[in-house]
Design a protein around this ligand. Sequence first.
Ligand code: AMP
Ligand code: MG
Length: 469
Amino acid sequence: MTAPQFDNSYIALPARFFAAAAPAGSPNPQLLALNRPLAARLGLDADWLAGPEGLAMLAGNALPPGAASIAQAYAGHQFGQLTPQLGDGRALLIGEVVAPDGKRFDLQLKGSGPTAFSRQGDGLAWLGPVLREYLDSEFMAAMRVPTTRALAAAATGGIVQREALLPGGILTRVAASHIRVGTFEYFALRGDVEALRALTDHVIQRHFPQAQNPLQLLQAVVAAQAALIAQWMALGFIHGVMNTDNMAVSGETIDYGPAAFMDGYHPDMVFSSIDRRGRYAWAQQPQVAVWNLAQFASCLIPLMGEDEEKAVEEATRAVHAFPQIYQAAWARRFAAKIGLPPSDVAIELVNRLLDLMATSQADFTRSFAGLADGSARDEFLDRADFDAWAADWRAAGPDAALMAAANPLRIPRNHRIEEAIQAAVAGDMAPFQRLEAALTHPFEARPEWADLSRAPAPSERVLRTFCGT
Ligand code: AMP
Ligand code: MG
């Protein structure tokens, strides 16, 4: 049994990048979920993690030798408004590990107590958002969508005050890094070019070693985000709070908060209780990504040479490359969902299908997954319209294997997650475990999981989600 061997690089950056803090500790910790396949992928000893020293780490009671325990500084545009100082208010980077394949990962405790960046917050999380992020992010990973991951969920045994008194939890989050667009903004708006240079070098070395300069870094981040958002769209995923502090420069999905997967398809769908104007609606996500990337680009301009006009021009061009990269990725993903290679014909068929789906508020996941066995037809109010579409679609010669590989049978449906959370709060982890197993095998049809493919009944529908606070 061995403790994680930390190899910390972020802590070698200048002191103004972070604030040291110790986790608050858990009065009566309990390990609720441990992700053994992820532990293996990281080269961590799952038996150590499940043992007393492992639980002490995952619950923030005692960190093993070599741990870092720092809160990272960052700023961010929240709903378009700049907040100069956010930072990890309820999370601690406890260290980096290098996996057997040489990839470097952050281990972070989320919900581990206050830090220098907590402002009015308590630094805590309750079990609900911890378990929700666990399921959402592990489903995304199973779908091969770049994402932070969940190594463990622990109950602290403490109580967190929200709209009610709720049981506290800590998520151990794994990420390629937790460096955000907002991390760059933090230094840019302080005019700290030296820090920007150090951060840029760190990010290039860590995530985009092929980039030779800040412009190439920008181009790589634009490409990564365009590919990522296309994958979100193809799953009916709505991030919910695409603030610049919730956009990782690595290209991973981060900070699930009020995130949700659509049941009935509507392009303007919004779940988050705080997104009153639909800024982060499903269909807005590509445009928002461009807006965020423009903020990122402006942070890099001071590093892009003496000629500022030229730098602005190059940075603008790099951001404007987004639509083309995104469209190509979107076309490939959505064409695959109807079993076709990307082409004008395929795109036309996809758009026609999406229009029919919107008219019927057809279930997003079932409409695509049901094309293979014909059950998709049941999702549409106007069967004749669907039949006309299906005739044209069949004439295009769809490939069943391509389609099957693109369409999950299940998504983390809100009502199922709520159910699992409520059971967990009552001390029963079985629904969570069942959901975890089913969601991490999203293409496997098993009779005992059939009910998890069902859309929510009107009475089961969850229409609002909340930030993880
Ligand atoms: P998020 O909603 O995760 O994007 O968080 C936005 C900002 O609020 C980040 O700086 C968080 O660290 C901070 N924050 C959110 N919840 C809490 C909390 N309960 N205590 C302290 N800081 C928090
Ligand atoms: Mg955040």
